[in-house]
Ligand binder design. Sequence first.
Ligand code: ACM
Length: 469
Amino acid sequence: MPDPIALVPLPQSVIWSEGTWVTDDPWDSLSVGLSEGLGRTEYSLSISPDGASLAAGSEAALADGRNTFAQIVSGAAGSIPCVTIHDHPKHAWRGMMLDVSRHFRTVPELETMIDAMALHRLNVLHLHLTDDQGWRLEVRGYPKLTEVGAWRDQTLIGHHQAEAGTWEFDGTPHGGYYTQDELRGLVEYARRRGIMIVPEVDLPGHMQAAIASYPELGNNPEVQLGVRQVWGISDHVLGVADEVFDFLRDVLTQVADIFPGPYVHIGGDECPRVEWERSSAARARMNEWGLTRVSEIQGRFTSFAAEVLAEHGKRVVAWDEVLESHLPDDTVVMNWRRAAGLKESTARGFQTVIANSEHTYFDYYQGDPDEEPLAIGGLTTVEDVYTADLVPGRLDGDQHKLLIGLQGQLWSEYMPTAQQVQYMAFPRMCALAERAWGSPEQSWEEFEERLRAHLPRLDAFGISYRPLD
Ligand code: ACM
């Protein structure tokens, strides 16, 4: 049984009082309403012996309040402690990224993740929908993306090694994709729980699954590639023909229509240039575009994607490599490579999400690698997530205001099952949620105590978390 007072994340103000509210059906008896007296992100929850009421300044804040109420009642068995809570988040973006390309997750598995995120008052699910190893999104007019690009014949066993000679494969096909109707359903499921889904179409690199589906999207249309079966970074990136840009327009237009939120993530990370360097078509394009360096080609893709998305009223989100190009002023930069990069993106005036690999990559080991399931590498314990200095160096006040939130990353190369995703996500996600919410500062020891008392809530959700040491 969870301790009802072990709230994670800790609300901004919590005052427990004597007495209990006795009820068999707390949800039916909770009175809920919007209140003009509260700010848009604020909610106020009151539980007394006479009943419980929740007021908030917006639907989003009501969802936050409901999620706090859920934590309290989940451990209370008919006799609920009395409390007054006033609360609001510090950060607008409280996210988790889930890579469904490297390993596909079913819609019910995503719903479980959404439920668990809501319990922790996280509000952004960033879905990494496309990559070299699998294309997961139905796009009308491009059936091969899901007939071909959503499936790989087999998957590398063990750690990725650079030399092909050492590779061993499992011989088992893997794949799957989401129809547009399924994605719309998921968007609605998440919305009802206060969570926005931000879709990612990673471009112009990480595109091998699309190029395997339609070789004319690549730099060597005469070569038939397969969907990638190993990890690491593929050299096969988008080509520069007009039809590639037509393809991107179609994909982004449909994505903008499926996902009603204001953001679309266009990736932009890890785009090798070797194919462009060897391509006469790319050189001809550079002349036409007035570019002098091959490295500038990526900027054309970024600008094109941003223009298409702007036509649909969407803002671009992208990994921090895009800082090498010109960007629309309203771009949201996801700082992943080094926390020191926060300085550049905020100095240039971009809203920025802290997603750095040092502290928010939940594909890293969370304990001794000899005793943990295979992971990509690194070491980020739950204590690291709770205590790390996420903004090293000095940012001035205006730059700080541009840090709009925090996000954990679940890259899934080494997470073949939903249980493994959960094991890597929890309890690190609990620590991330508390920091993203901006809870009053507590020591790691105090947090750990609350976390131990909170873990039975995860049990109740059927979440396979990693036990605390
Ligand atoms: C990334 O980890 N390639 C964003």
